[in-house]
Design a binder for this molecule. Structure first.
Ligand SMILES: [Zn+2]
Length: 486
């Protein structure tokens, strides 16, 4: 990889400096150096039409557009390719390592793979992520690693996560796979203790609240917070100036979210909304995350090539791809999936039910239902944000960190959103949702230089995002594969 990278630099980088001027240091780590991306077709994310220009970057920020290129500037020739804002994935789980439960990975192996996942998101053009539920210790570790120059996307997070005893994430199957395990909140004192755990952590944009009854009749066996506890969680969120993000599975949960004044739902829901509910969501400014790819991926069991596409080979650890090819791993996942959503089911029924839930026909029908829900919200002007749920539950074997984002974008386009609408949902809208639009989400002067360069026109077809040429994070430009190693 090192040789490839050196060659890439030799061929594609040149120095636009006068002969007498001292050249800036020609190292791989000059993230603060000046850079100009020339011959770019820029889609800046503001809604303006694409324009041919050059983009000038200094100290990790965009400083100007157009000619002339400032002196002592390194040139990246986009050769007519499209430059866009870096993508934002609003729903990932760094604590979930695909296949780790099946392989019985040690804590050290999980940690090593987690750091590969940070790179995997970047290598797929995702320059900002929101971890939608993460233990404070893991989040502190990741933030310290990134602050000391470690390679990864901008990591925003929800914390703490509130669930109740006997509720979602406290179920006997799901909770045993999370390490470190999350504590349920039974009392106001528990709520305060969890807030204290996250004190002083950067980039927290909100808290997460589970409002989940189950996964559809006859599996609605989970308890939700009492109204009194919801009231405490909501008041403390306002005290701490954190937005509320709610995990829902149906429109009863949406009612809870509306009552909490929630900022976002972490998933689409399948059942029909109650009268006037979608309008109330829009009036409340509630965002909705898409997370369809993780459901679509349930059928990867029947798609043997999915672990071996060039993009997945380049950006996903080999052990995870091996596990995803193993039928025994999928059987194990199916059974634990059923234990999670319906712990009281008899074993024979759970097996039969898992086979059905992981069948291509069933998955296709659920994805179609989610796409219909997406368009219902979208056409009612509820803001949509792209989220993959990468990693998902810790005992899943699919939902790879990184390449799942492209699948999510394609599913959104397939649902009926235009490519421009899909791109907004993966750039400007989530940046606004998280309160970081002054830093990222569009390509404008003063913002962080988080950019992607793709061959083709994603405003015609979002699949062009697969033709990723360069990913630029804080002004540092690398080929996708180069982000996977130093
Ligand atoms: Zn999730």
């Amino acid at each position: 990889m090192t040789a490839f990278r050196a060659a890439a630099h030799a061929v594609l980088w040149s120095l636009a400096v006068p002969a007498a001027a001292a050249a800036p240091p020609d190292t791989a780590d000059d993230a603060g150096a000046s850079l100009a991306i020339v011959n770019a077709s820029l889609i800046d994310g503001t809604g303006a039409p694409a324009r041919r220009t050059s983009i000038h970057i200094r100290d990790g920020r965009i400083v100007s557009f157009g000619n002339p290129v400032p002196p002592e500037t390194r040139i990246l020739d986009a050769a007519g390719a499209t430059v866009l804002p870096g993508l934002i994935d609003s729903h990932v789980h760094f604590q979930a390592v695909p296949g780790a439960v099946f392989r019985q990975d040690s804590a050290e192996t999980r940690r090593t793979l987690m750091y590969r996942h940070l790179r995997g998101h970047l290598a797929n053009g995702v320059t900002t992520v929101l971890d939608a539920a993460i233990a404070s210790s893991v989040l502190r570790e990741i933030q310290a690693y990134l602050a000391s120059g470690g390679v990864g996307p901008r990591v925003m997070a929800l914390g703490p996560t509130f669930h109740n005893p006997g509720g979602y994430m406290d179920g006997p199957a799901l909770s045993e796979y999370w390490a470190p395990r999350w504590r349920a909140s039974a009392t106001p004192e528990d709520v305060d203790a969890l807030y204290r755990e996250y004190d002083g952590i950067d980039n927290l944009v909100g808290v997460k609240v589970a409002a989940t009854y189950g996964f559809g009749a006859p599996l609605d066996t989970l308890e939700t917070h009492t109204p009194e506890m919801l009231d405490v969680i909501g008041r403390r969120a306002r005290d701490h100036e954190r937005q509320i993000y709610v995990h829902v599975n149906d429109h009863r949960g949406v009612e809870i979210a509306l009552g909490l004044g929630a900022h976002a739902l972490t998933h689409l829901v399948l059942d029909d909304p109650q009268a006037g509910q979608v309008e109330r969501m829009r009036e409340a400014g509630m965002h909705v995350m898409t997370t369809m790819a993780i459901v679509d991926g349930f059928a990867d069991r029947h798609r043997p090539g999915v672990a071996d596409t060039p993009r997945v080979r380049l950006t996903v650890p080999e052990v995870e791809r091996e596990t995803a090819r193993d039928p025994a791993a999928w059987d194990r996942w199916g059974t634990t999936f059923m234990r999670t959503v319906a712990p009281s089911l008899p074993e024979w029924f759970a097996r039969w039910y898992a086979d059905w839930q992981l069948s291509e026909a069933w998955v296709a029908s659920v994805v179609r239902g989610l796409q219909n829900a997406l368009m219902r919200y979208h056409e009612s002007a509820v803001p949509i944000v792209m989220g993959t749920d990468s990693g998902g539950w810790p005992h899943m074997v699919h939902a790879f960190h990184g390449p799942t984002a492209l699948r999510e974008l394609e599913l959104m386009a397939d649902a009926g959103m235009t490519p421009a609408e899909v791109l907004r949902a993966a750039t400007v809208t989530p940046a606004r949702m998280m309160g970081i639009l002054d830093q990222v989400g569009t390509v404008e002067i003063g913002k962080r230089a988080d950019l992607i360069v793709v061959r083709g026109d994603p405003l015609q077809d979002v699949s062009a995002l697969a033709n990723l040429e360069w990913v630029i994070k804080d002004g540092e430009a690398r080929r996708p594969g180069e982000w996977m190693s130093d």
